[in-house]
Structure formats: structure tokens, C-alpha cells
Write a protein that binds this ligand. Sequence first.
Ligand SMILES: *Cc1c(COP(=O)(O)O)cnc(C)c1O
Length: 503
Amino acid sequence: MHTVKTSHDNQVSTTVYGSRAAATGIPRFEMGEEEMDPRLAQRFIKDELLMNGLPALNLASFVTTYMEPECEQLMADALPINFIDVEEYPAMGEIEARSVAMIARLFHAPLDNPEAEACGVSTVGSSEAIILAVLTAKRRWKEKRMAAGKSTENPNIVMSAAVQVCWEKAARYLEVEEKYWFCSPGKYLADPQELVDLVDENTIMVVGILGTTYTGGYEPIKGIHDLLVEKNKKDNLDVTIHVDAASGGFVAPFVNPDLVWDFQLPLVASINTSGHKYGLTYAGVGWAFWRDKSYIPEHCVFTVNYLGSPQASLTLNFSKSGVQVVGQYYQLLRLGKSGYRAIMQNATATSDYLADEVAKMGDGKLFHIISAGHGESLPLVAWQIAEDKPYDEFAIAAHLRQRGWIVPAYTMAPHTEKMKLLRVVVREDFSRSRCETFVRDLKETVHYLENAPAEVQKHMSKTQAAGDEGSKHHPVNTSKKTAVHANEKHSLRGKHGKTHAVC
Ligand SMILES: *Cc1c(COP(=O)(O)O)cnc(C)c1O
């Protein structure tokens, strides 16, 4: 065969797609022997990243997808900074302390004076914050039990089974038993009495969720608190509350300022929030707060040297980027309370508009809205098909995906897992105008599915019982990740087929 000689070796003038690498493919499993031109490496990776969905059209996630260019510049400048090097980069510690002070005051931390130091740390997300909170609560419980000469064998956490998966991890990693309150049809937020009834002398904390990932609802934390006060008194216990405010921490104070859920309640010992959700910072930052130092046993704190003076360190990692804390501080400074209020109120208004539009579809009979809305929940819309239809929520998600929209269809928390839901999270950048485009596409999707042949309706729907691995053929289950321990039996997913809503 005659082959045409190409000028592959002429490195200098080779174009990206005229290069040898473009013709032969790039290394996937073993590092290449040869270097690659930076232009080529950048281009090939860019091309690979095209397979990602568009963050702005990703209505599945709470995590921030928009920040101002001024802040992006600051964050890019902070890329070479290792956050943990407090001696070399003292400004990072300062910025963290200021952010902790501001957010802790937003959550009504009891502080002696306007300049008092608050008790909190930046984390990589709410997951790390929650693990730290469980760690300190477990140790505090253990020290008290040991002092009283009682068993420290069986610590437990009391919480709703609608918790985010990080709670299962925290419990498992730190060897604490999970005592669950389960949802039932129509009842998706923990019942205070039923939850508090699960508390015993081995309970290290009761969890209240400020914004569940399934319906965005706020658990009745004050109600839980008041019953726990009684229970503590009656049974001579000292059980405290942790509030998981991952997504609600920056919403409720601005949209629903009269809701009492935070350190205003004396038994609230710790709170976490995700700076990268409604804290409006790109992914990678969360915050953990404690009521005061007495809730952080010395045993959990390590001292690092900070400009010759000792600085307490409570974190699961050592080196990490300083980028996100800079980004968070920019938002706190730039937006102030009125900026956050405006954004959260807009998001709430947009989600109410979307809920109304969804409710009107199919002559007002097709869908049933499950999220509360009107500032009584996170700015999200969760809904289900109310009528008997030959297609399901998964079919709607799959068809919307063809138009670029990423909307998760999922099944409800354990014990209500037969119920299918669709959920749109309204983030800062999901403006009214973008929402109107989405409503148009949702109407078209419904029209398409109503008129599609029966085989198409069935093919696009997820017909297996909840908990089965999604059909390989279903249009939304196209990723082929290698499953490590895919058939786990230890988790809520393994036992109840819990699907964790994307967050
Ligand atoms: C997102 C979320 C988490 C986990 O937070 P990350 O910041 O992603 O680690 C925990 N709890 C709730 C209620 C959440 O919404």
C-alpha cells in the first residue's frame, strides 16, 4: 500500500489536529514517554471537557456556577497559595477568621462583644464540617460518660433517613450507630416527637436539617429543640442538636428571618453550611461552627505555629487551596446582607414562578408540587406526575437532557422510595428569563411525551422497582463508571435503594 508521507516530525509548524497525537490518540492508562506541546495538551483536555454538561443549565445542583469576574481574578491570583501555611500566608488565616466571625454572627452565635472571636473553621464542604462536628460531639459524649463511669461502647446519632449521604459516611467512619426516623407518604420532614423519642443516653447529637435535599423543606428545628429540652430534663440527659444548614444557612436568614433554627436555640451546639451552595462561592468551601469552645474537646485540636504564636487547628486535611476562602470572603464583603437578601429573594420568587407554571401544565392536573415554596423552603421546585401516564419522571428528565437541561429524576427517601420526583434547584444565575426558557422546553417535553409512540414512552421511563440499578439502556444512565462495591449492603442505598438526590 502506498502511504503519503506527512510532515509529522516538523514539530514547530504542526497544527493541533495535524499532529501525530490527533491521529493516534492520547495516553489513557500509562504516562506517555514523550512530552506534549502545551497547546496540544490544553486542546485535547478542552475537547475532553466538552463532554461535561453546561453548568448554567445544570438545574440538579445547589453548587455555585456563577461568580463575578473581579472575584474570579482574585481566586486565580490565590492559586499558588497553600492555605495551611499560616506563617507564610498570614492573610489567609485573617480572612478565614473574618469569614468565620461574620457567618457565626449571621447564625446568632452567642458572643460576649462585637469583636469577640467566634468558634468555627473553613472546610472543604459541609461533608468535612459534618465529620468534624460528629468527631467533637462523640468525644464530648465519651469524656462525660467516662467521668461518670459509664459505658462508651454504643454512641448513636438520631436523624432523619432523608439525610445527605455524608451523614452515613460520618457515622460509619467514626463508628457511631445511625438511629433513623423514616419518612412516610406525605410526611418528609422529621416529626419532632418521633425524632426525640429515638434519643437515649448514648445519643451524641440529634440532627436537624435546614433544607432537605429531597424537597427543600426545613425540618422543625425549634420544635425538636423544645421537646429535647423536656426529654433532657426528664431523663437527666445532656443531648444537643447539630443543624445541617448546608443549603439553608445562607437562605433562611435572608428570606425567612423570623425562623428560629440556629444558635438562638440553647441546645444547638454546632452548625455546618456549604459556602459553595447558597454561600455563592465555587465548589470547595464549607464551614463548621460550634456554640463555644466548650463543645470542642481539647483532644480534637492540634496546635500549629502561627507567626511564633500557637494557633489551634481542627481539620481533616493539611494542605489545601486558599482559593475558595478568598472567594467566600469576597462575597461576604461585596454583597453584604442586602446583596445576599436580594439574590435569595430573587431565587425564591423565581422558584415560586416556576412552581406556578409547572402546576398549571396539563390543565392543572398533570403535576403535583411537593416543595413548599414561598420562602418556607429552599428555592427549589420538586414535583411529581399526578396522573396515571404511560411515561414517568425519568422520561421527562431524559427528554429535557436532549435540550441541554440537566434535571434530576429520583426516588424519594427510604420507606417512600416508590415515589418518583423531579427537582429544579433555583440558583443565583437561574434568572426569570432563563426560567421562562426552561418552562417553554418543559411544555414541549410534555407535548412530545404525550404524543410519542408507546414504545418510546416506555423506553424513556424507568420501569424497574426503585433501588434497582438504573437500566443500562435508559437515556440518563449513560456513564460507564467502574463500580467498586456497587452492590453495597451497608448503606441506606444498599438496604432501602435510597437514591441520593444530587446536591
Ligand atoms: C450538600 C449537602 C451536604 C453535603 O455538602 P457538601 O458541601 O457537598 O459536602 C450535606 N447536607 C445537606 C443537607 C446538603 O444539602
